[in-house]
Design a protein around this ligand. Structure first.
Ligand code: FES
Length: 100
């Protein structure tokens, strides 16, 4: 992905087939820092890339479960299971996801 494709406070979804991952991956821009988590919320099946990003947290768009962008740890109910986290390497305008 390119950094300019992801506005601050938002995420984009990268198809699993592109990355060779089991789940699609969401890449987020939180105030110029980039993070990657599995895209599917662990509570039900909402797409976290459509959630709200602020202060190191993404809030699920369906029931407002929250996850830490740094490690995928659950921050609030109704989600109870952490979401998988992936490494992000930023090089200039290029953002590369290294799947776990
Ligand atoms: Fe994400 Fe329910 S689907 S909190």
């Amino acid at each position: 992905a390119q950094a300019g494709e992801i506005p601050d406070g938002e995420g984009i979804k990268i198809d699993a087939a592109v990355l060779g991952t089991v789940d699609d991956v969401a890449v987020f821009n939180d105030d110029g820092e980039f993070f990657a988590l599995d895209d599917t919320c662990t509570h039900e099946t909402a797409s976290l890339s459509e959630g709200w990003v602020e202060n190191g947290i993404v809030e699920c768009p369906l029931h407002a479960g929250k996850f830490c962008l740094k490690d995928g740890a659950v921050q609030s109910m109704p989600a109870t299971v952490d979401v998988a986290c992936h490494r992000v390497i930023v090089s200039g305008a290029d953002i590369r996801v290294v799947p776990n």
